[in-house]
Design a protein around this ligand. Structure first.
Ligand code: C2O
Ligand code: CU
Length: 483
C-alpha cells in the first residue's frame, strides 16, 4: 500500500531491545506510581487429582485447583507472584493480555529461563489496565493439562453498572487417565496432519464458514478427542451453580482457556449486554450468542430471570458443551436440555468484528508506520503450522520501533480457527469504519483476513501466535521485535 514503510525481513538478535534492557526497566518505571500497593501471591504448579464432577483425573494444576485460584487486584497495583515448580517438566507463567514489563512475560528462552522442576521464580510487575485476564504456563502444551487461572484487574473508577460478578473459565479436557497433551501432540506429529489444515480457500468468506470449527483432535479415528468440556472445572453433567436473585445484574467475565475449542456462549432467552472484549470496553451490544476463541475473553451483563437458566458454552463445530447454572433464590435448576442447546445454536452469533471499542479506548486515527502480513497456513504432510511459510524461529521477528503505529494483517489460508494473540499489547481490530474492538487475541476464521493496529509503546521481544495450543507448539508463532 502506498505510503507505508513495510518491512518483512527478520532481525538479528544483536539489534534487538532485549527483555533485560534499560528500555524495559524504563517502561516499568513509567507505569508504576510511587507507593503503588503491592499484592503478593504464591503459585505452586503441582501434580495431583482433581474432581471434574464425578470424574476424578490426575493432572497438573496451580495449587491443586481447577481453575487455579483467581488473582484479583486493582489497576496500577503491583503483582508479586512467586512460582514454585512442582512439575516433572520446566515451566513458566505467562500473564495473558497484560501490558507488563517484557522480562516478566514468562516466555522461556525469550524473556526468561524456564523454571526447572523444584525451582522457583519471582514475577513482579505493575498491572496498568483494568480487565478480565488469565494466566498459564508458556511451555509446550502445559496449558491443556489444567494450569490456568483467572486474573481480574478492577478499575477503581468503574461506574459498577451491575450488582455482582460471575467469572467463568471454559476448557476442553482430554481425559487424564493415561492420555495427556504431550502424547496427543506426539500423535499428531506422527500422523502428520490435521483435518483442517489443508489448502487455501481463495474467495471463501468467513460467513460461509461459520460453524466449521476445529476438529483437529478428531481428525483421525484413532486420535484422542476431548470427551469433556469444562466450565469452572466441571463437566456439563455436574455443573457449578451460581446462586443469585431474580432481577440482579450480573457481570459475567468469560474466559476461554481451552487449547483447541472455540465456544459459542449464551443463555437462551436471556440477552447478554457485552461490555468488554479482552478486558477493554466496547460500545455495549446486546447479544444472544458470542463466539469466543481460545485465549479470548468477554464481559457481559445479564439480568437474572425468575427461573433458573443455564449459561451455555457449546463447542463450535464439535459436539458437547459446558455450563454454569444461574439459579435465582432456591428454585432448583435443571441441567441444560437439548432444546436449550439447539436454541443457542440457531441464534445469531457475534464475533470480533461485530464489536467496536468504546471512544475512551479507541486508538486515535493514524496511518500505520509499518505493516506486517502474517499468512497462517496448516499442515500438508508434516504436522506443522506456519506463519509466512515458516515455523517459529526465535532468531527471527517482525521488527517495530518504539512509537510506531503498527498494523498486523492476519490472513487465514487454512480451514481452521486461529485465535491470534499478541503479548504485551492490546491492539485495535479494524472493523467497520476502521474501528473495531480493543483486544489482545482475535479469532481469525477460515479464509478470513483480520487487520489489527497497535502503538509500539512497550519495548522488548513479544510473541505473536495462535492460541490453539497445538498450532502454537507446532510452529504458528513469531516475535514482534522492538529494535
Ligand atoms: Cu495466552 Cu502466548 O499466550
Ligand atoms: Cu491456529
Amino acid at each position: 500500500a502506498a505510503g507505508l514503510a513495510a518491512c518483512s525481513t527478520g532481525t538479528s538478535p544483536a539489534t534487538r531491545i532485549g527483555p533485560a534492557s534499560p528500555a524495559v526497566a524504563g517502561a516499568e518505571r513509567a507505569r508504576r506510581a510511587t507507593g503503588a500497593p503491592v499484592r503478593q501471591v504464591s503459585l505452586n504448579a503441582t501434580v495431583g487429582e482433581v474432581d471434574l464432577g464425578g470424574t476424578t483425573v490426575r493432572t497438573w494444576t496451580f495449587d491443586g485447583r481447577l481453575p487455579g485460584k483467581e488473582i484479583r487486584l486493582k489497576r496500577g497495583e503491583v503483582l508479586q507472584a512467586r512460582l514454585s515448580n512442582g512439575l516433572p517438566q520446566p515451566t513458566s507463567v505467562h500473564w495473558h493480555g497484560i501490558a507488563l514489563r517484557n522480562d516478566m512475560d514468562g516466555v522461556p528462552d525469550l524473556t526468561q529461563a524456564a523454571v526447572a522442576p523444584g525451582g522457583q521464580f519471582g514475577y513482579e510487575f505493575t498491572v496498568p489496565d483494568a480487565g478480565t485476564y488469565f494466566f498459564h504456563p508458556h511451555v509446550g502444551v502445559q496449558l491443556d493439562r489444567g494450569l490456568y487461572a483467572p486474573l481480574i484487574v478492577e478499575d477503581p473508577a468503574d461506574g459498577a453498572d451491575y450488582d455482582t460478578e460471575l467469572v467463568v473459565v471454559l476448557d476442553d479436557w482430554i481425559d487424564g487417565t493415561g492420555t495427556d497433551p504431550d502424547a496427543v501432540l506426539a500423535g499428531l506429529r506422527a500422523n502428520g496432519m490435521s483435518m483442517g489444515g489443508m489448502g487455501s480457500m481463495p474467495g471463501m468468506g468467513a460467513g460461509a464458514m461459520q460453524g466449521m470449527g476445529g476438529t483437529l483432535l478428531g481428525g483421525d479415528a484413532g486420535d484422542v478427542t476431548y470427551p469433556h468440556l469444562l466450565a469452572n472445572g466441571r463437566v456439563a453433567a455436574a455443573p457449578t451453580t451460581f446462586a443469585t436473585r431474580a432481577g440482579q445484574r450480573v457481570r459475567v467475565r468469560l474466559i476461554n482457556a481451552a487449547a483447541d475449542t472455540a465456544f459459542r456462549v449464551g443463555i437462551p432467552g436471556v440477552p447478554m449486554r457485552v461490555t468488554h472484549t479482552d478486558g477493554f470496553p466496547v460500545s455495549p451490544r446486546q447479544a444472544e450468542a458470542v463466539l469466543l476463541g481460545m485465549g479470548e475473553r468477554i464481559d457481559a451483563v445479564i439480568t437474572v430471570p425468575d427461573a433458573a437458566v443455564p449459561l451455555l458454552a457449546a463447542a463450535e463445530g464439535k459436539d458437547g458443551y459446558a455450563q454454569v447454572l444461574v439459579q435465582p433464590g432456591d428454585r432448583r435448576a435443571g441441567v441444560a436440555n437439548d432444546a436449550a442447546l439447539a436454541t443457542l445454536k440457531t441464534r445469531p452469533v457475534l464475533t470480533v468484528t461485530d464489536f467496536a471499542a468504546a471512544d475512551a479506548v479507541s486508538l486515535p486515527e493514524k496511518n500505520p508506520d509499518v505493516m506486517h502480513d502474517l499468512a497462517l497456513a496448516g499442515p500438508s504432510g508434516k504436522y506443522v503450522w506456519t506463519i509466512n511459510g515458516k515455523t517459529y524461529d526465535p532468531k527471527e521477528g517482525l521488527p517495530v520501533h518504539q512509537g510506531q503505529r503498527v498494523r498486523l494483517r492476519f490472513v487465514n489460508m487454512s480451514m481452521m480457527y486461529h485465535p491470534m494473540h499478541l503479548h504485551g499489547h492490546t491492539f485495535q481490530v479494524r472493523g467497520a469504519g476502521g474501528r473495531g474492538p480493543r483486544k489482545d487475541t482475535t479469532i481469525v476464521l477460515p479464509g478470513q483476513t483480520v487487520e489489527v493496529d497497535f502503538d509500539a509503546g512497550n519495548p522488548g521481544q513479544w510473541l505473536a501466535h495462535c492460541h490453539n495450543a497445538y498450532h502454537g507448539e507446532a510452529g504458528m508463532m513469531t516475535i514482534v521485535s522492538y529494535v
